[in-house]
Design a protein around this ligand. Structure first.
Ligand code: ZN
Ligand code: ZN
Length: 343
């Protein structure tokens, strides 16, 4: 089968290659991949800003149908529509695994970074990581369960967002737009902001119902946010841009005593005025990936229409067209692009 492979460490070194079809071991299944989303992580790996273990097939945001069962798999059937959690293996014994935080297991191996992922016709995954796609939810949307579960974990598990809260999301990429909707689904009042080049993504934010969508290069964000929130600033600010100016802005506009949730990754050390954390008595929360419980909640939110993914999907292309799609996304053209396998 053809697969999009990070072939060696370093910048670039990504190509479509012919590799062997996988076969399932005990407790594993083979999925016939329907759609796999291009994630910021894939772009970071392409730019050599995120660790992976090459040669490895990239892609971890996927949906598909069960194509083959390994020994001992009986809870799922061939043909079932599924999405898969990305953790291929965790140690199961460390304090993080025992505490339900498998995302922090130091021995975690994930598809698309440590073991072969979803930019291919077939992918091999553990059966216990699968989630059935609810009837009526498309496989395109199901491919976005992984990024959505990151946002559900950040905003519901960690930030404990409440109805009526003002939430500012900085960065209208796919994660920012899913955080926006996660906040909306919890009854929050929402502001999302972006910088130059984000016009298309801010338009998507308006279409999916953001209360306010602000281009910080044209409008004075700090004043506008102060006005909207009665002078206090938003109690919860989500840094989803993965850009240093965005982080500095988040620390500046967040309410005194408020919470900054950092879900963006920068790929390198960045500079910001951390004096503001003690001076404003901020809670500074990092959120990384997801925990298993976030998956079923994410699927339920999409299935009932509380979170819409279709407006975010700006392109669907075969994996052989990966290079154009990666470069467009690096230029912030489009929002979420799904790649499809080629035979
Ligand atoms: Zn992802
Ligand atoms: Zn562990």
């Amino acid at each position: 089968m053809q697969a999009l492979v990070k072939v060696a460490p370093g910048r670039g070194n990504v190509e479509v290659r012919e590799i062997q079809d996988p076969t399932p071991g005990p407790g594993e299944v083979i999925l016939d991949v329907s759609f796999t989303g291009i994630c910021g992580t894939d772009l970071h790996i392409y730019l050599d800003e995120y660790r992976c273990v090459p040669p490895v097939v990239l892609g971890h945001e996927l949906s598909g149908r069960v194509a083959a069962l390994g020994a001992g798999v009986d809870a799922i059937a061939i043909g079932d529509r599924v999405t898969t959690e990305t953790y291929f293996s965790v140690c199961g014994r460390c304090i993080q695994c025992l505490g339900g935080r498998q995302n922090l297991c130091p021995a975690r191996r994930s598809i698309g970074t440590h073991v072969n992922g979803g930019f291919a016709r077939y992918v091999r995954v553990p059966a216990h990581r699968l989630h059935r796609v609810p009837d009526g939810l498309s496989l395109e949307s199901a491919a976005m369960t992984e990024p959505l579960s990151c946002c559900v974990h950040a905003l519901y598990d960690l930030a404990h967002i409440r109805p009526g809260d003002w939430v500012l999301v900085s960065g209208p990429g796919p994660i920012g737009l899913l955080c926006l909707q996660t906040a909306m689904a919890a009854g929050a009042r929402t502001i999302i902001c972006g910088a130059g080049g984000d016009a298309q993504r801010l338009d998507i934010a308006r279409r999916i119902g953001a209360d306010h969508a602000i281009d910080v290069t044209r409008e004075p964000l700090a004043e506008m946010v102060q006005d909207l929130t009665g002078g206090d600033g938003p109690p919860i600010v989500v840094e989803a841009a993965g850009a240093a100016p965005s982080l500095r802005q988040c620390l500046h506009v967040v309410q005194r005593g408020g919470t900054v949730v950092q879900i963006g990754l920068y790929g390198r050390p960045v500079e910001a005025d951390v004096n503001l954390i003690p001076m404003k008595e901020l809670r500074y929360l990092g959120s990384f990936a997801h925990v298993p419980s976030a998956w079923e909640r994410s699927l339920a939110l999409m299935a009932r229409g509380a979170i819409k993914t279709a407006p975010l999907i700006t392109g669907i292309a075969p994996i052989t067209a990966w290079e154009n799609q990666f470069h467009s996304l690096l230029e912030k053209e489009g929002c979420k692009v799904l790649l499809t396998p080629v035979s």
